[in-house]
Design a protein around this ligand. Structure first.
Ligand SMILES: Cc1ncc(COP(=O)(O)O)c(C=O)c1O
Length: 483
């Protein structure tokens, strides 16, 4: 529906909104049904979109039709399609139908859960749905969950709580004059832990990287030795971060043994299960999570492997008072009658304004059910195993790390080629595949060597898609080798 933008000072008239909303809903349904036909990565260079947009905003409003046409003609062609069944880079995910519907309604309600009164529904649904996920993944009763934008924020808040617990003077006086604090995480831990160190005034060197074993898991003996060494040097150990599902290989730190060290040393234990956490719903995968119940804080990202649109990261804390101690600061205008009765979510992190992320997660859990989630994650694990078998069966290709979940890390070692040249060829083959638009995979480095990663996490991915990707990758490899 088109027409002149109304002269009145109000919002879009309801009938116009209704017509466009129907159009948008139809577009989304068609997009989700046909996204697999699009190139996963757009074949464009940086600047492509901005070169096509007017440099300044319109003085007078455009009809919505024109904005929607530009969305279709300019925005979509410049999009990397995370919802594509052959998106296997980073950690593949799905913005599912129920999740998208929740996101739409959250925008309509536009609530801001600063304090209970500013959004009773946003506050209570968040706590409630976080508790549903807690039950589904098997964390013990008592872990209290809140929803943040990303795992980077969740881990930052967890480590802020650790700093508050062990260096309480920092909240009032900052770190000047305080002993140097240190956090321990494996060499495979996510860069967000170091970013938290930077943000919390510990610095990058305030995060000590602990060696891993031959399966890329943190070595508890090396952790204990590092803590001993630091104490002897006058450094104040604060926290240990164990990762269940590391970014490069999805390795699983031995969290029980790490918890023993943290407990003996009186340190905070934070578990980063941002990627793998949802897999704890699957009974036969639950053993990977043994010991995480001993953590002080745990992060699980529904926007990674729980079919929830960006952004949605759950932060669980065994003692939520610790988080509140770090962050609670109530200006007069936010004091309400319900103080101390209703939860004020602003007390659990930096953000005052908090959008209604719980709605989409609630819809996801209601529509799929816990068993439906488990069956889908189990299928992703199976599919990734099929892909790993193809790699292992191919001469010159090998899987280079265990794949406990649904991400396979592998490398191509062409015969008669030096490891350095093989690094280059792996990178070139991957780039050729990605540029073809057939699939999108990402890379990593392991033991100083370039490796490829394929992550299965999209609900539309089938064995046929994987077969096409594998064929296209072998074709790309032959092309870069010139055979
Ligand atoms: C293990 C792990 N932790 C944390 C993160 C950061 O996630 P987010 O993008 O939600 O900050 C990632 C990202 O992939 C990750 O793999």
């Amino acid at each position: 529906m088109s027409g002149p933008v109304p002269e009145s000072l109000g919002d879009m008239p309801p009938e116009e909104f209704r017509a466009h909303a129907r159009e948008v809903a139809d577009w989304i349904a068609d997009y989700l049904a046909g996204v697999g036909e699009l190139p996963v990565l757009p074949d464009i260079e940086p600047g492509w979109l901005r070169d096509r947009l007017p440099p300044a905003p319109p003085d007078h409003g455009d009809p919505m039709d024109r904005a929607l046409a530009d969305f279709r003609d300019l925005v979509v062609p410049a999009t990397t399609h995370w919802n594509h069944p052959s998106f296997h880079a980073y950690f593949a995910n799905t913005a599912s139908g129920p999740g998208i519907l929740g996101e739409m309604l959250a925008a309509a309600l536009n609530t801001n859960a600063m304090v209970w009164r500013s959004s009773p529904a946003g506050t209570e649904l968040e706590e409630h749905v976080a508790d549903w996920v807690r039950q589904a993944v098997g964390l013990p009763h008592g872990f209290h969950g809140v929803i943040n934008d990303t795992a980077s924020s969740s881990s930052l808040y967890a480590l802020a709580a650790a700093r508050e617990a062990l260096l309480p003077e920092a909240r009032l006086h900052g770190l000047a004059g305080a002993p140097r604090g240190r956090v321990y995480a494996s060499v495979e831990a996510h860069s967000s832990i170091e970013k938290a160190g930077i943000t919390l005034g510990l610095g990058r060197t305030g995060v000590r990287r602990v060696e891993t074993d031959d399966r890329f898991r943190m070595r508890p003996d090396a952790l204990a030795a590092a803590i001993r060494e630091d104490r002897a040097a006058g450094i104040r150990p604060l926290a240990v971060v164990a990762t269940l599902g590391t970014t490069s290989t999805t390795s699983v730190d031995p969290v029980s043994a790490v918890a023993d060290v943290a407990e003996a040393e009186g340190l905070w234990l934070h578990v980063d299960a941002a990627y793998a956490g949802p897999a704890a719903v699957v009974p036969e995968l639950a053993h990977h999570f043994a010991g995480w119940e001993r953590a002080d804080t745990v992060v699980v990202n529904p926007h990674k492997w729980l079919f929830t649109p960006m952004d949605c990261s759950l932060l669980y804390s065994r003692d939520p008072e610790r988080l509140r101690a770090a962050f609670s600061l109530t200006p007069e205008y936010l004091r309400t009658r319900e103080q101390g009765v209703g939860t004020n979510l602003m007390d659990y992190g930096v953000s005052l304004g908090r959008r209604f992320r719980a709605l989409k997660l609630w819809f996801v859990l209601r529509w799929f059910g816990v068993d439906g989630v488990a069956r889908r994650i189990r299928e992703h694990v199976r599919l990734s195993g099929v892909f790993a078998d193809w790699i292992q069966a191919a001469p010159e290709w090998r899987v280079v790390a265990p794949h406990p979940f649904a991400t396979v890390v592998f490398r191509w070692d062409p015969a008669g080629v030096s490891p350095d040249d093989a690094d280059r060829l792996n990178a070139e083959a991957l780039e050729a595949l990605n540029r073809s638009g057939v699939a999108f995979l990402s890379h990593s480095r392991l033991h100083g060597r370039t490796v490829m990663r394929l992550s299965v996490g999209n609900l539309r991915t089938t064995e046929d898609h994987l077969r096409r990707t594998w064929d296209a990758l072998q074709e790309a490899a032959r092309t870069v080798l010139g055979t």
